[in-house]
Design a protein around this ligand. Structure first.
Ligand code: SF4
Length: 267
């Protein structure tokens, strides 16, 4: 399939159906830990909506009414966990983002799930100021969806080094605020050691201040999803990245809680 793919994960406890709006491997960011092979700078191409819908109907049908779970998924995790708009690039760079959400919600509505299956958007947030993206997010909220928005650093230097983007923390803040106003939003943060160096105190302080400021400004954030490096980066410079040890990650999670946020830690 071009746009739709299954992810089977014991850790996540089931199957996620992914929707990839960037089959061209194009993103406007270039994160050092990105797992997209042959990543290029760019945006989503024109989407064949008829094909996307047909692929989604086929895979959801195979999961809910066919033999997909029995044939491909280990016992104990034979359950559909979510449908995630997430792929090999930034999905909200898609010009038809709102129309895609509309179609996905409509297709999901045709199936009877045993338990609620949320529609998630995994985003770097950089198109949040665009009205069609905001409309898509509001549509997701109406369908019980949620947004996972990337915040790996809250300094201009860190954003350039980690995410390969020239941006101020004020702009990042504004993007998170817009996302949270449109749809329930979790912050997604990846932390790792770079050339054996743990994140420095200045970076950690700036990040925690960013979270505190969100609380202070009453931006309705659901919480923080804190990740370590689970899989190797597919970018050349990613070779020098290493996972942080559990003790460091747990201490970081505790600091996030102290900053007033709920946290879910995946190492
Ligand atoms: S935003 Fe996502 S797809 Fe884009 S470079 Fe970063 S990790 Fe890769």
């Amino acid at each position: 399939m071009t746009y739709v793919y299954p992810v089977i994960s014991r850790r996540a406890g089931g199957v996620s159906v992914g929707i990839n709006l960037n089959p061209n491997n194009a993103c406007n960011w270039r994160c050092v830990y990105c797992q997209v092979p042959d990543l290029v700078r760019g945006s989503s191409p024109e989407i064949d909506m008829v094909q996307l819908e047909a692929e989604l109907v086929q895979l959801l049908g195979d999961i809910m009414q066919g033999s997909f779970l029995q044939d491909h998924v280990p016992e104990g995790v034979r359950v559909l966990r979510d449908v995630a708009i997430s792929g090999n690039g930034e999905p909200t760079s898609c010009k038809a983002f709102d129309a895609v959400v509309q179609r996905v919600v409509r297709v999901m509505g045709r199936f009877e799930f045993d338990a609620p299956v949320p529609l998630r958007l995994i985003t770097n947030g950089s198109y949040m100021t665009k009205s069609p993206v905001q409309r898509g997010l509001q549509r997701m909220r109406g369908a019980g969806g949620e947004v996972w928005i990337k915040v790996d650093s809250a300094t201009t230097e860190g954003l350039a080094r980690i995410n390969g983007v020239s941006m101020t923390s004020q702009r990042l803040f504004e993007q998170v605020r817009i996302a949270a106003q449109c749809c329930p939003t979790w912050i997604q943060t990846c932390m790792f050691a770079d050339a054996q160096h743990i994140p420095d105190a200045h970076e950690v302080d700036a990040y925690l201040s960013f979270l505190e400021m969100l609380k202070l400004e009453r931006v309705p954030i659901e919480g923080v999803l804190l990740y370590g490096l689970a899989r190797p980066s597919m970018q050349g410079e990613g070779k020098k990245l290493h996972a942080l040890d559990q003790v460091w990650m747990q201490a970081m999670a505790a600091e996030i809680v102290e900053a007033g946020m709920k946290v879910r830690l995946s190492e």
